[in-house]
Design a protein. Structure first.
Ligand code: SAM
Length: 281
C-alpha cells in the first residue's frame, strides 16, 4: 500500500514498508515524471536515521521547479547536492532536467552512511545515475570537481542548537546547526565557492534565524548576486530558498548597496525572526 502525499506543487509516494522490505520491491525503474504540479518521486528506502522529505525539502524542489526554464537554458553539465538525505532533491532535479543523452553528471554527498545508501536506492530506482560520496560537506570532491559544478543544491542543517550537537551522528546531523543555525552553513559556503563553475548557481534553504541577509552579504563579497526564489512563512516562521550566482560586476554593486542599506530596510526585514522549524519539538 502506498501513501500519496500531495503538497502545493509536489507529489511524493512513500511505500509504507521499512527499508529492508522496500529493497525487495524494486524490480525495475520506477516511473518518475514532472507534472504541472511538480516532481513525482517515490521514496523507496526509509531509515529512522535518514531525514524524510519535509516542508524545507519541498520548498527547495519548488524553487527548482519555479526556475526550471532558466535551469534548462543554463544547460548544466554537472550538478551536486550537499547533504542529500533520502535522495529526493537530487532525483527530483535530475527528473526535471531530463537528459535523454546522459550528458549531465550528478553527484551527492552526505556524512550519514544511511543517507548515502538511501540516495543510491532512490536515484537508481528512478533510473538516475548519481555518484554518492560519503564525505563532510564535499571536501573529498574539492580537487576533482574544482570550478566544475554548474548547479549546487543544499538543504542544510539550519536549526539553531547548542554547538555540541553539530556533527553528531545519524538523524541529529540533519537539523543541528549550532549558533544561529549557521555552523554548517558557514562551512558549506566557501566549499561551494570553490566548486562552482564560472556560470555556477547555488540554491540553498535558509531560515530567518540564520540571518540570510548576512549570508547574502558574505556571498556578495565573494562576487555573488542573490535572490529569493521561494519563500514560505506563517505568523511565526519563515523559510527561504535563495539562489546565488556569480556576477563579476555584482560584487561591486553589492558592496555599494550594502554600505547604504540598513538591516531594518532590508528585503528580509518583512519576515518573522522566529524559527520555521518544528521537527525538533
Ligand atoms: C535537512 S537534511 C536534508 C536532506 C535532504 N537534502 C532533503 O532536503 O530532504 C540535511 C542533510 O545534511 C546532512 N549533513 C549534515 N551535516 C553534513 C556535513 N557536514 N556534510 C555532509 N552532509 C551533512 C545530514 O546528514 C542530512 O542528510
Amino acid at each position: 500500500m502506498e501513501h500519496n502525499i500531495e503538497l502545493e506543487s509536489v507529489s511524493i509516494s512513500i511505500p509504507s514498508v521499512r527499508a529492508g522490505e522496500s529493497e525487495k520491491r524494486i524490480v525495475s525503474k520506477l516511473p518518475s515524471k514532472i507534472t504541472s504540479r511538480g516532481a513525482q518521486i517515490h521514496l523507496v528506502s526509509r531509515h529512522p536515521e535518514v531525514y524524510e522529505p519535509c516542508d524545507d525539502s519541498f520548498a527547495l524542489v519548488d524553487a527548482l521547479l519555479a526556475d526550471r526554464t532558466n535551469l534548462l537554458e543554463h544547460k548544466p553539465m554537472l550538478c551536486l547536492e550537499i547533504g542529500c538525505g533520502s535522495g529526493y532533491i537530487i532525483t527530483s532535479l535530475a527528473t526535471m532536467l531530463g537528459d535523454e543523452t546522459n550528458t549531465i553528471q550528478y553527484f551527492a554527498t552526505d556524512i550519514n552512511p544511511h543517507a548515502a545508501e538511501a540516495t543510491r536506492k532512490t536515484s537508481e530506482a528512478h533510473g538516475v545515475h548519481v555518484e554518492v560520496v560519503l564525505t563532510d560537506i564535499a571536501l573529498s570532491l574539492g580537487k576533482r570537481l574544482s570550478r566544475m559544478v554548474d548547479v549546487v543544491v543544499v538543504n542544510p542543517p539550519y536549526v539553531p542548537t547548542p554547538e555540541e550537537e553539530v556533527g553528531c551522528e545519524g538523524i541529529t546531523a540533519s537539523w543541528a546547526g549550532g549558533e544561529n543555525g549557521r555552523s554548517v552553513i558557514d562551512r558549506i559556503l566557501p566549499v561551494v565557492d570553490e566548486l562552482l563553475s564560472e556560470k555556477g548557481w547555488l540554491y540553498m534553504v535558509t531560515l530567518t534565524a540564520n540571518k540570510p541577509l548576512q549570508i547574502c552579504r558574505m556571498m556578495g563579497e565573494r562576487g555573488y548576486a542573490s535572490r529569493i526564489v521561494v519563500q514560505r512563512s506563517t505568523e511565526e516562521e519563515s523559510l527561504h530558498v535563495i539562489k546565488f550566482w556569480r556576477e563579476v560586476d555584482e560584487a561591486m554593486k553589492w558592496q555599494s548597496r550594502a554600505a547604504t542599506q540598513t538591516a531594518s530596510d532590508s528585503w528580509f526585514s518583512q519576515f518573522s525572526r522566529s524559527t520555521f522549524w518544528r521537527r525538533n519539538n
